[in-house]
Design a protein around this ligand. Structure first.
Ligand SMILES: C[S@@+](CC[C@H](N)C(=O)[O-])C[C@H]1O[C@@H](n2cnc3c(N)ncnc32)[C@H](O)[C@@H]1O
Length: 198
């Protein structure tokens, strides 16, 4: 807790009006990779408390669309449509797909992290499953040329995720933004230039 309070990114988030220090992960990645452009349709999976949606909304500059989804409630953000539900449930996926009304997506950002059980194999398997679901969604809904940014925990299943992403994206890169704690096994995978046929 003390570490969190003293954390430079926590202080910065409070000063700059972001709901979580996680904002600086997306900011750093987007400053480098230029993922978010006005006019885009973006899906934010695992969005609560909402700092990635805040960053995305700022960078869309009022042009485009964001659909955010989380198990937990999220306080409203102007320009962001929110669905509360479990992404693993078919009914929730259908709700998201219905909002898209057959129009494809430019960018999927997925920062989902399952509740930790403390049993590392179980936690890793749960996290990998969420990543795979997010990847399936991206393969189905991204426009050709679109991008997918996802949090992944290095461990079992990681290499297979990278292999699967390479099937669908022209380029797959790893990102470890400064705001991601060194001792955390989390990294971000960025798939870009989604192929026409997957
Ligand atoms: C690290 S937080 C996301 C932080 C967010 N990117 C931000 O910037 O505010 C991870 C989120 O994933 C959500 N999550 C975990 N499992 C989920 C699931 N099965 N379906 C939807 N959301 C889930 C959690 O509720 C949590 O809010």
């Amino acid at each position: 807790m003390q570490e969190h309070v003293n954390d430079e990114y926590v202080k910065r988030a409070q000063r700059e009006g972001y709901r979580a220090r996680a904002a600086y992960k997306l900011i750093e990645i987007d400053d480098k990779d230029h993922l978010i452009k006005p006019g885009m349709t973006i899906v934010d999976l695992g969005s609560t408390p909402g700092s990635w949606s805040q960053v995305a909304a700022q960078r869309l500059k009022g042009q485009g669309r964001i659909i955010a989804l989380d198990l937990l409630e999220m306080q409203p953000i102007p320009g962001v449509q929110f669905i509360q539900g479990d992404f693993r449930e078919q009914a929730v996926l259908e709700q998201l797909e219905a909002l898209l009304e057959n129009s494809r997506v430019d960018l999927v950002i997925a920062d989902m992290a399952p509740n930790i059980s403390g049993i590392s194999d179980v936690d890793q398997a749960n996290a990998t499953y969420l990543t795979e679901l997010a990847l399936d969604f991206s393969f189905k809904w991204l426009k050709p040329g679109g991008s997918f940014l996802v949090k992944v925990f290095v461990g079992s299943g990681f290499d297979e995720i990278v292999r699967n992403m390479r099937q669908g994206f022209g380029k797959v890169a790893t990102r470890k933004p400064k705001a991601s704690r060194d001792r955390s096994s989390e990294v971000y995978l960025l798939g870009s230039d989604m192929r026409k046929e997957v």
